[in-house]
Write a protein that binds this ligand. Sequence first.
Ligand code: GLU
Length: 503
Amino acid sequence: MTTDMKSVRVRYAPSPTGDPHLGSVRTALFNWLFARRHGGTFILRIEDTDQGRRVDTSVLAIMEGLKWLGLDWAEGPADDGRGSKGPFGPYFQSHRLNLYHKYADQLIQTSHAYRCFCSPARLEAVRRAQQQAKVPPGYDRHCRDLPASEVEQQMAAGTPHVVRFRMPQEGATSIHDLVRGDVTWERKLLDDFVLLKSDKFPTYHLANIVDDHHMQISHVMRAEEWLPSTPRHVMLYEAFGWQHPQFAHMPLILGADRSKMSKRHGSTSVLAYRDEGYLPDAMTNFLALLGWSLDDKTEIIPREEMIRHFSIERITKAGAIFNPEKLQWINGMYIRALQPAELAEKLVPFLEKPADEGGLPATVKRPVNRAYVSKLVPLVQERLRILSEGAELTSFFFEEQLSYDPALLIQKGMDKAGTLNALKLATEQLDTQPVWGAHALEELMRALAEQLNLKAGQFFGAIRVAVTGRTATPPLFQTMEVLGKERSMARLRQSIDMLAAQA
Ligand code: GLU
């Protein structure tokens, strides 16, 4: 690459129209990684010029998503989401309208743009006629060469108007896209697009170019859907006499059916993944692999490695498939790598959620005991893929009263009387056990199984149901150790009562 990498300045320029979309955040991540890789600057710019589509809470949600993922910006909205920080601010396009007006005027002065007074009704009629004639839709350039006197007259009358770019009709425009290679567009196929709308707000095209120039953006890395806009942008740069930044268009994110990723394929808001219990490092790892790879095989790439190796050359042209199972798997890997105390810290808020939001049963008192959670965490860490699965996996550790079908206590090849006898003897022996450690408990129960002529599997199966109410749990004796003597004994006694009472 020929650019001076010392001056890498890249921007993430979301339009605040809703929650931060997964694909959009992938764009942010690639820009952030590229800036980090080259010691450059990552800028957040809010493209809020489409007043109709603006959602007020969106800027804060976008910032929240970036902060959650650790994608910090050196320039952009300040922490309160209102002011701006950085030398090229403000970083909200709605606060930069004068600048866009100035440049729209400049283009009119230099004949690169013109005022268009066509009414919405006329434009609609043109569109319908084009549809009927089966010709591509587009503005028919009605106002492109209006006599100056008519323009003056319309202006004096205060006729609402837009400003359009006078697209040259000869020749072609080419770029060298850092992902897609050389791309060329015939200019006669490009329309006289709008620069300034009748509400005096700029279109995306004008604001985007003016800002990228003024903010000294070196590389524009954005989703492929913006590629068709690029020749318009390049023509604008030429009209201003400015050099355009380098472009890199990132592949689309597709669902498993290869259609564009949408809610049908899984949550699209990155904050939904936070709320479901994905770890930010796992999420960034997963997002990085949506279109970029280290070496075609490595799946788990710590953040520092991503920064060290990120390059535009390894971004693919082909659409990236969003695979939710892969995300779960990656998250499980990151969960396993945590220290138990760290995992406990992250798990507690999920356990403490209301039962109908996936937390522990309502009968379990909040707050839960953190030290207790730290003890049980190593027993479920291997099986946990998402933090929101934690409550279901661990509820029996917390419940005061287990409820289960006592028939589950009776193991294959055993009957009620034999099970009762075995549980009673187990209870008696365990009750006298001075040291409540997994190893000692196991030795004691193995010896008893032998004495009773039972297979360890049978005997332990009955104890397992008695102390957990479940047939599948983490290792039994470690579980009993964490549960503690008092709780374990109470549960064993309860199981005997329940089984005895069963007809
Ligand atoms: N505001 C555009 C968006 O929401 C930015 C496109 C660009 O990066 O140029 O995606």
